[in-house]
Design a protein around this ligand. Structure first.
Ligand SMILES: [Fe+2]
Length: 280
Protein backbone atom coordinates (compact mmCIF):
# COMPACT_ATOMS: atom_id res chain seq x y z
CA UNK A 1 0.00 0.00 0.00
CA UNK A 2 1.48 3.32 -1.04
CA UNK A 3 1.30 6.52 0.97
CA UNK A 4 -1.49 9.02 0.23
CA UNK A 5 1.13 11.18 -1.49
CA UNK A 6 0.32 9.01 -4.53
CA UNK A 7 -3.16 9.90 -5.78
CA UNK A 8 -5.16 7.07 -7.31
CA UNK A 9 -8.12 8.92 -8.79
CA UNK A 10 -7.96 11.48 -11.55
CA UNK A 11 -9.84 14.79 -11.45
CA UNK A 12 -12.62 14.62 -14.03
CA UNK A 13 -11.49 17.92 -15.54
CA UNK A 14 -8.14 17.70 -17.33
CA UNK A 15 -7.43 21.40 -16.67
CA UNK A 16 -7.76 20.73 -12.94
CA UNK A 17 -5.58 17.65 -13.24
CA UNK A 18 -2.78 19.70 -14.87
CA UNK A 19 -3.08 22.41 -12.20
CA UNK A 20 -2.70 19.76 -9.53
CA UNK A 21 0.29 18.21 -11.30
CA UNK A 22 2.03 21.61 -11.42
CA UNK A 23 1.29 22.03 -7.72
CA UNK A 24 3.03 18.72 -6.98
CA UNK A 25 0.37 16.01 -7.08
CA UNK A 26 1.61 12.65 -8.34
CA UNK A 27 -0.96 10.30 -9.85
CA UNK A 28 -0.40 6.56 -9.77
CA UNK A 29 -3.23 5.16 -11.86
CA UNK A 30 -4.04 1.51 -12.42
CA UNK A 31 -3.24 0.13 -15.84
CA UNK A 32 -5.79 0.69 -18.58
CA UNK A 33 -6.34 -0.76 -22.04
CA UNK A 34 -3.79 1.49 -23.73
CA UNK A 35 -1.02 1.05 -21.16
CA UNK A 36 -1.57 -2.72 -20.97
CA UNK A 37 -1.36 -3.00 -24.73
CA UNK A 38 1.81 -0.88 -24.81
CA UNK A 39 3.44 -2.99 -22.11
CA UNK A 40 2.53 -6.29 -23.78
CA UNK A 41 3.93 -5.08 -27.08
CA UNK A 42 7.24 -3.93 -25.63
CA UNK A 43 7.66 -7.09 -23.55
CA UNK A 44 7.19 -9.23 -26.64
CA UNK A 45 9.79 -7.16 -28.50
CA UNK A 46 12.28 -7.52 -25.64
CA UNK A 47 11.62 -11.28 -25.55
CA UNK A 48 12.34 -11.41 -29.26
CA UNK A 49 15.56 -9.40 -28.97
CA UNK A 50 16.87 -11.29 -25.94
CA UNK A 51 15.65 -14.66 -27.26
CA UNK A 52 14.10 -15.53 -23.92
CA UNK A 53 10.69 -15.57 -22.26
CA UNK A 54 11.97 -14.28 -18.93
CA UNK A 55 13.21 -10.82 -19.72
CA UNK A 56 14.01 -10.00 -16.09
CA UNK A 57 16.86 -12.50 -16.09
CA UNK A 58 17.51 -12.38 -19.85
CA UNK A 59 20.65 -10.33 -19.28
CA UNK A 60 22.35 -13.47 -17.94
CA UNK A 61 22.38 -14.93 -21.45
CA UNK A 62 24.37 -12.08 -22.93
CA UNK A 63 27.52 -10.09 -22.41
CA UNK A 64 27.00 -6.47 -21.36
CA UNK A 65 28.01 -5.36 -24.84
CA UNK A 66 25.62 -7.74 -26.59
CA UNK A 67 22.84 -6.73 -24.23
CA UNK A 68 23.47 -3.05 -25.01
CA UNK A 69 23.29 -3.64 -28.77
CA UNK A 70 20.14 -5.74 -28.61
CA UNK A 71 18.28 -3.34 -26.32
CA UNK A 72 19.74 -0.27 -28.03
CA UNK A 73 18.07 -1.05 -31.35
CA UNK A 74 14.78 -1.54 -29.53
CA UNK A 75 15.17 1.81 -27.78
CA UNK A 76 15.43 3.40 -31.18
CA UNK A 77 12.25 1.65 -32.33
CA UNK A 78 10.07 2.68 -29.41
CA UNK A 79 11.33 6.25 -29.64
CA UNK A 80 11.01 6.78 -33.38
CA UNK A 81 8.35 4.48 -34.81
CA UNK A 82 4.95 5.91 -35.68
CA UNK A 83 3.32 2.91 -34.03
CA UNK A 84 4.65 4.02 -30.65
CA UNK A 85 3.67 7.65 -31.25
CA UNK A 86 0.12 6.44 -31.73
CA UNK A 87 0.42 4.45 -28.51
CA UNK A 88 1.47 7.58 -26.60
CA UNK A 89 -1.65 9.34 -27.87
CA UNK A 90 -3.81 6.41 -26.75
CA UNK A 91 -2.20 6.35 -23.29
CA UNK A 92 -2.71 10.06 -22.63
CA UNK A 93 -6.26 9.95 -24.01
CA UNK A 94 -7.21 7.22 -21.51
CA UNK A 95 -6.28 9.58 -18.69
CA UNK A 96 -8.30 12.49 -20.02
CA UNK A 97 -5.82 14.41 -22.19
CA UNK A 98 -6.89 15.61 -25.63
CA UNK A 99 -4.24 14.08 -27.93
CA UNK A 100 -4.84 16.89 -30.42
CA UNK A 101 -3.39 19.38 -27.89
CA UNK A 102 -0.49 17.27 -26.66
CA UNK A 103 3.11 17.47 -27.90
CA UNK A 104 5.46 14.79 -26.61
CA UNK A 105 9.02 13.59 -26.42
CA UNK A 106 8.46 9.95 -27.28
CA UNK A 107 8.97 6.76 -25.34
CA UNK A 108 12.27 5.81 -23.73
CA UNK A 109 12.81 2.24 -22.73
CA UNK A 110 14.79 2.17 -19.47
CA UNK A 111 16.77 -0.76 -18.22
CA UNK A 112 17.97 -0.73 -14.64
CA UNK A 113 20.28 -3.67 -14.07
CA UNK A 114 20.83 -5.41 -10.80
CA UNK A 115 24.06 -3.89 -9.43
CA UNK A 116 24.01 -1.31 -12.25
CA UNK A 117 24.97 1.45 -9.82
CA UNK A 118 28.46 -0.02 -9.63
CA UNK A 119 28.95 0.48 -13.38
CA UNK A 120 30.48 3.94 -13.93
CA UNK A 121 28.92 4.07 -17.41
CA UNK A 122 25.46 4.00 -15.84
CA UNK A 123 26.16 6.58 -13.13
CA UNK A 124 23.86 9.32 -14.54
CA UNK A 125 20.86 7.00 -14.18
CA UNK A 126 21.10 7.38 -10.40
CA UNK A 127 21.68 11.15 -10.14
CA UNK A 128 18.96 12.90 -8.15
CA UNK A 129 17.48 15.38 -10.61
CA UNK A 130 14.54 17.19 -12.04
CA UNK A 131 13.71 16.20 -15.63
CA UNK A 132 13.34 19.91 -16.44
CA UNK A 133 17.13 20.30 -15.99
CA UNK A 134 17.40 18.75 -19.47
CA UNK A 135 16.04 21.92 -21.12
CA UNK A 136 12.42 20.88 -20.84
CA UNK A 137 9.51 23.26 -20.37
CA UNK A 138 8.18 23.96 -16.87
CA UNK A 139 4.84 22.84 -18.35
CA UNK A 140 6.22 19.35 -18.90
CA UNK A 141 4.42 16.33 -17.49
CA UNK A 142 6.24 13.01 -17.16
CA UNK A 143 4.61 9.66 -17.73
CA UNK A 144 6.25 6.48 -16.39
CA UNK A 145 4.98 2.94 -17.00
CA UNK A 146 6.62 -0.17 -15.47
CA UNK A 147 6.75 -3.40 -17.46
CA UNK A 148 6.43 -5.55 -14.33
CA UNK A 149 5.01 -5.46 -10.83
CA UNK A 150 7.66 -3.72 -8.73
CA UNK A 151 8.48 -3.38 -5.04
CA UNK A 152 9.46 0.02 -3.63
CA UNK A 153 13.17 -0.87 -3.55
CA UNK A 154 13.32 -1.15 -7.34
CA UNK A 155 11.39 1.95 -8.38
CA UNK A 156 12.36 5.51 -7.46
CA UNK A 157 11.66 8.16 -4.87
CA UNK A 158 10.26 11.66 -4.94
CA UNK A 159 11.39 14.45 -2.63
CA UNK A 160 8.13 16.43 -2.51
CA UNK A 161 9.37 19.32 -0.36
CA UNK A 162 11.87 20.26 -3.05
CA UNK A 163 9.29 20.99 -5.76
CA UNK A 164 9.34 24.66 -4.81
CA UNK A 165 12.68 24.74 -2.99
CA UNK A 166 15.95 25.21 -4.88
CA UNK A 167 18.57 22.46 -4.68
CA UNK A 168 22.22 22.95 -5.56
CA UNK A 169 22.71 21.61 -9.09
CA UNK A 170 24.75 22.03 -12.26
CA UNK A 171 21.89 22.26 -14.78
CA UNK A 172 23.76 25.19 -16.38
CA UNK A 173 26.08 22.62 -18.04
CA UNK A 174 23.18 21.32 -20.10
CA UNK A 175 22.84 22.92 -23.50
CA UNK A 176 20.27 21.18 -25.67
CA UNK A 177 21.86 22.43 -28.91
CA UNK A 178 25.19 20.76 -28.04
CA UNK A 179 23.46 17.61 -26.79
CA UNK A 180 21.69 17.04 -30.12
CA UNK A 181 24.25 18.38 -32.58
CA UNK A 182 25.10 14.86 -33.83
CA UNK A 183 21.48 13.72 -34.04
CA UNK A 184 19.29 12.05 -31.48
CA UNK A 185 21.49 9.00 -30.67
CA UNK A 186 23.00 10.47 -27.51
CA UNK A 187 19.62 11.73 -26.35
CA UNK A 188 18.13 8.24 -26.49
CA UNK A 189 21.26 6.25 -25.77
CA UNK A 190 21.11 3.63 -28.51
CA UNK A 191 24.68 3.93 -29.68
CA UNK A 192 27.49 5.55 -27.77
CA UNK A 193 28.26 3.03 -25.08
CA UNK A 194 30.56 5.44 -23.29
CA UNK A 195 28.08 8.30 -23.23
CA UNK A 196 27.87 8.04 -19.43
CA UNK A 197 31.48 9.16 -19.32
CA UNK A 198 31.88 11.49 -22.31
CA UNK A 199 28.60 13.40 -22.03
CA UNK A 200 27.78 15.67 -19.14
CA UNK A 201 24.48 15.06 -17.44
CA UNK A 202 23.05 17.61 -15.04
CA UNK A 203 22.57 16.42 -11.50
CA UNK A 204 22.26 17.50 -7.92
CA UNK A 205 25.26 18.91 -6.07
CA UNK A 206 23.66 18.38 -2.67
CA UNK A 207 25.72 16.37 -0.20
CA UNK A 208 22.73 15.27 1.86
CA UNK A 209 19.45 14.05 0.46
CA UNK A 210 16.19 15.42 1.88
CA UNK A 211 14.70 13.44 4.76
CA UNK A 212 11.20 13.39 3.32
CA UNK A 213 11.19 10.87 0.48
CA UNK A 214 8.19 9.13 -1.05
CA UNK A 215 8.71 5.75 -2.69
CA UNK A 216 6.14 3.41 -4.18
CA UNK A 217 5.31 -0.05 -5.39
CA UNK A 218 3.36 -0.55 -8.60
CA UNK A 219 1.86 -3.06 -10.99
CA UNK A 220 2.78 -3.71 -14.61
CA UNK A 221 1.17 -1.12 -16.85
CA UNK A 222 0.31 1.39 -14.13
CA UNK A 223 0.43 5.03 -15.21
CA UNK A 224 2.61 7.17 -12.96
CA UNK A 225 2.10 10.82 -13.90
CA UNK A 226 4.04 13.75 -12.40
CA UNK A 227 5.43 17.20 -13.04
CA UNK A 228 8.85 17.26 -14.72
CA UNK A 229 9.94 19.69 -12.01
CA UNK A 230 9.66 17.08 -9.25
CA UNK A 231 12.99 16.25 -7.65
CA UNK A 232 13.46 12.47 -7.75
CA UNK A 233 15.98 9.67 -7.88
CA UNK A 234 16.14 6.15 -9.29
CA UNK A 235 17.04 3.61 -6.62
CA UNK A 236 19.98 1.25 -7.08
CA UNK A 237 19.13 -2.38 -6.49
CA UNK A 238 20.84 -5.76 -6.19
CA UNK A 239 17.80 -7.94 -6.73
CA UNK A 240 19.40 -10.07 -9.49
CA UNK A 241 16.66 -9.11 -11.91
CA UNK A 242 16.50 -6.33 -14.44
CA UNK A 243 13.91 -3.59 -14.13
CA UNK A 244 12.34 -2.39 -17.37
CA UNK A 245 10.16 0.68 -17.63
CA UNK A 246 8.89 3.11 -20.23
CA UNK A 247 8.63 6.85 -19.90
CA UNK A 248 7.77 9.80 -22.05
CA UNK A 249 7.38 13.52 -21.57
CA UNK A 250 4.46 15.63 -22.73
CA UNK A 251 3.35 19.24 -22.82
CA UNK A 252 -0.23 20.40 -23.23
CA UNK A 253 0.07 23.15 -25.82
CA UNK A 254 -2.45 25.36 -23.97
CA UNK A 255 -0.14 25.32 -20.93
CA UNK A 256 2.91 26.18 -23.03
CA UNK A 257 1.03 29.06 -24.69
CA UNK A 258 -0.27 30.42 -21.38
CA UNK A 259 2.99 29.88 -19.47
CA UNK A 260 1.34 27.51 -17.00
CA UNK A 261 3.59 25.04 -15.28
CA UNK A 262 5.44 24.09 -12.12
CA UNK A 263 7.55 26.80 -10.47
CA UNK A 264 11.13 27.11 -11.74
CA UNK A 265 13.27 27.42 -8.66
CA UNK A 266 16.70 26.30 -9.92
CA UNK A 267 16.66 25.14 -13.55
CA UNK A 268 19.38 26.89 -15.54
CA UNK A 269 19.61 24.49 -18.51
CA UNK A 270 19.75 26.09 -21.96
CA UNK A 271 17.66 25.54 -25.06
CA UNK A 272 14.15 24.32 -25.50
CA UNK A 273 13.29 20.75 -26.34
CA UNK A 274 9.66 21.50 -27.12
CA UNK A 275 10.35 22.35 -30.77
CA UNK A 276 11.59 18.77 -31.28
CA UNK A 277 8.61 17.12 -29.59
CA UNK A 278 6.22 15.08 -31.75
CA UNK A 279 3.52 17.64 -32.49
CA UNK A 280 -0.22 16.85 -32.58
FE1 LIG B 1 13.83 11.56 -14.13
Amino acid sequence: MNSPFFKTTLPADNVVMRERLFAGDVFLMQSDTASQSLVARVISLIQERLETEDIRTGHLKWSAEEMFDRIGSLRRTVYLDAEFHERVRAVVAECGFAPGRVAFDSIRLRVVQSGGHRNPLAAPVYYPHRDTWYAHSQSMIVWWVPLHDLEPEETFVFYPDQLDQPVANDSEIFDYAVWTKDGPALKIGWQKRDSGISARYPGSLEQVMPAHAEGFSCRAGDNLIFSGAHYHKTLPHDLKRTRYSLDFRMVHLDDAAAGRGAPNVDNRSRGNTLKDYVQP
